[in-house]
Ligand binder design. Structure first.
Ligand SMILES: Cc1ncc(COP(=O)(O)O)c(C=O)c1O
Length: 458
């Protein structure tokens, strides 16, 4: 089919996630045709350097034939098997066992689902169910963080703290609350111990306000992703875990972005020896080759739910595609590539160089902050480096950045408020880091010159 026909059909029939439908119809789609390593080719034959791993998910890079082959082989042999009725399948069993081995603490029980939103939804439902079974049904409140993102399901979107996911959707629910985030660049002192103390006080304060025996769980991302890649100071995650333990509420860690090598460890929890009650995963689990999410459940929570549910009574959580064999086959092979294929080792080795080279952009007049952990980073663009003031929303800096990135053939995440998110595939080389940083500088220069033209025209 011709390129223009495809764009026209897309405009007429394909509804795009988290987009202005009117803007999308006006702009039309960019259709992509193929990918290899970090590079994507669009239908005009233009090659883009993908510095965002699709949507922070294609951690093994594009074109890994062994993953495609594992999926094809599974699809030929057994494309589908339900997990209902006690039925199971080999790749899902192997993947569950592997995740039990890799995840921190005693997260030994894995529920497979379709996405990160679906995993969060499972965590919300099972946290609610757990407290019911424990005889504490009044524990219905759930606390998450400002700037946090936990997906777009009909309950998870209320744990998400981003306005677009609430506006017009009647969210958050009265049982969903948000506390301070560890945002060093915008904190009153920026000192690690103050940031941690403020977050702990914010959690304690919220629990006290709601009543300690009414709170079910605290949800957090080890590094806030979609809220602007907010890298917390070392010790913050541990402090939140300890506070949850002390307050007697469940500690749920959302590793949908941070999992599978993104921060330089298999899971970000490892950096601080944190052991959540439940952990959500998706994205890097299959590297986007096939949709899959997972919820890991600790021995304690699993055993309570198992033992407190009367025998013969179904625990009503599950979907048709839970533990899908083709996605599971992708996951098994992707994890093999992280471990035996040297991809995690590469992420660890290149991470410090990535951080060092990105830091060199700090001298750019538009750059207020550069923050990085592993191969996850943000550049925060500001109107005034001294006061840290952002550009007014009317300047639509995010849109300008997105256009300048496209013109420099790099794919980044241009958040509306001028934050640039970066999460390249973990196979990135030092040469590719150099190429990326040079294109990022050109992108920033282009935005700056357009800002100047705009100011002159006013
Ligand atoms: C931390 C976090 N949780 C949950 C989700 C939702 O995942 P999905 O888009 O696969 O539903 C995302 C997606 O970006 C995420 O970053």
């Amino acid at each position: 089919m011709r390129r223009n026909d495809l764009i026209e059909l897309d405009r007429e029939h394909l509804v795009h996630p988290v987009s202005s439908w009117a803007d999308h119809e006006a702009a039309g789609a960019t259709v992509f045709e193929s990918g290899r390593g970090l590079y994507l080719r669009d239908s005009e034959g233009v090659e883009h350097l993908d510095a965002f791993a699709g949507l922070w998910c294609v951690n093994v890079g594009y074109g890994q034939d062994s993953v495609a082959e594992a999926m094809a082989e599974q699809a030929r042999r057994l494309p589908y098997m339900t997990g209902y009725f006690g039925h199971s399948n080999e790749p899902a069993i192997r993947l569950a066992a592997k995740l039990a081995e890799l995840t921190p603490g005693d997260l030994n029980h894995i529920y497979f689902c379709l996405s990160g939103s679906d995993a969060v939804d499972g965590a919300v439902r099972l946290a609610t169910y757990y407290w019911r079974m424990k005889g504490e049904p009044q524990r219905r409140h759930m606390i998450a963080q400002r700037y946090g993102y936990h997906g777009a399901s009909s309950t998870g979107s209320g744990l998400t703290a981003l306005a677009a996911f609430h506006r017009g959707f009647d969210m958050p629910l009265p049982t969903q609350h948000h506390i301070d985030a560890p945002y060093a660049y915008r904190h009153r002192t920026g000192r690690a111990q103050d940031i941690i103390a403020d977050c702990v006080a914010s959690l304690r304060g919220k629990v006290a306000e709601l009543g300690a025996d009414t709170v079910a769980a605290f949800f957090c991302e080890p590094v806030i992703g979609s809220g602007g890649v907010i890298v917390p100071p070392k010790g913050w995650l541990k402090a939140m875990e300890e506070t949850c333990r002390e307050l007697g509420i469940l500690f749920v860690v959302d590793e949908v972005i941070t999992g599978f090598g993104r921060t330089g460890a298999m899971f970000a929890c490892e950096h601080e020896d944190v052991r959540p009650d439940m952990m959500t995963m998706a994205k890097g689990l299959t590297s986007g080759y096939s949709p899959m999410g997972a919820l890991a459940i600790s021995d304690r929570i699993y055993a309570s739910i198992r033992d407190l549910t009367p025998a013969g009574t179904a625990i009503g959580h599950g979907t048709t595609y839970s533990a899908h064999p083709v996605s599971a086959a992708a996951g098994v092979e992707v994890i093999r590539l992280y471990e035996e294929g040297g991809i995690l080792a590469n992420a660890k080795a290149v991470g410090p160089y990535f951080a060092e080279r990105l830091a060199s952009l700090g001298d750019h007049p538009l750059v207020g902050d550069v923050r990085c952990i592993g191969l996850l980073a943000a550049i925060e663009i500001v109107a005034d480096k001294r006061t840290r003031e952002k550009f007014p929303a009317a300047r639509r800096v995010g849109r300008m950045v997105a256009a300048a990135a496209r013109e420099n053939r790099i794919m980044i995440r241009a958040f509306d408020d001028g934050i640039v998110g970066l999460a390249p595939a973990l196979v990135i080389t030092r040469d590719e880091v150099d190429m990326l940083v040079s294109r990022l500088r050109n992108m920033l220069d282009l935005v700056q010159s357009r800002m100047g033209e705009h100011d002159e025209a006013e």
